[in-house]
Design a protein around this ligand. Structure first.
Ligand code: 2AM
Length: 192
């Protein structure tokens, strides 16, 4: 998270903490929130509410307010067609205590979108995570699954846009505020 240039905590308070994400429409978010509640019965932890569920494309972290325009310019040049994802499996990252939803067959456009965005952000001087992009939607935090991770009913999500989001950390977790939205290119695929 831009560690090399991390400012002292007092300054960080004035720097919005931002990331790019795919944000699900209400019906998709509701279905995933139900999957979160079902997983919580087996794994405990804190279930993300429907309004908080998202898939992070590129995490930026705290930025100087004057750099927000550069983030927008970087995203302006991303041209990727719309696509659909089917979330059909749950995973558990023990060290992080996260139960997440993923796709057993992710559409290739997801990687294309994340790569295109990251490339343009790096070219604009932003420091991003160097680990490969791992598409996941966090459903539970502070979870502890013993034995098999429960499974979920498949949820299909037609993707038409991505967003720049501000995260505000509070006593009860993060609150997310959309700052800007970009439409993906329309396609003629029958399922769009
Ligand atoms: P997580 O759900 O796996 O914790 C807002 O915090 C979003 O950015 C979350 O989706 C979170 O992923 C992700 N995020 C937080 N810190 C991050 C980091 N250092 N690198 C990559 N993604 C991060």
């Amino acid at each position: 998270m831009n560690d090399a240039s991390a400012p002292p905590p007092a300054e960080q308070g004035e720097m919005p903490r931002v990331f790019f994400a795919l944000w699900p429409p209400a019906a998709v978010a509701d279905a995933l929130a139900r999957a979160a509640k079902a997983a919580q019965r087996a794994c405990g932890g804190r279930a993300m509410g429907a309004e908080s569920l998202h898939l992070t494309l590129a995490f930026i972290g705290p930025v100087l307010p004057e750099r927000l325009a550069d983030l927008r310019s970087a995203a302006d040049g991303v041209e990727v067609p719309g696509f659909s994802l089917t979330f059909d499996r749950l995973g558990f990252w023990k060290r992080k205590g996260i139960v997440w939803a993923g796709c057993s067959e992710p559409a290739p456009e997801l990687g294309t979108l994340a790569d295109a965005l990251s490339r343009r952000l790096r070219a604009a001087g932003f420091v991003l995570e160097t680990r490969p992009f791992t598409a996941h939607m966090t459903l539970l935090r502070n979870a502890s699954c013993r034995g098999e991770v429960p499974q979920m009913d498949a949820v299909r999500w037609p993707m038409g846009e991505f967003v720049l989001v501000r995260s505000r950390l509070g006593a009860h977790g993060a609150r997310y505020e959309p700052l800007a939205i970009w439409r993906l290119e329309k396609t003629t695929a029958p399922d769009q």
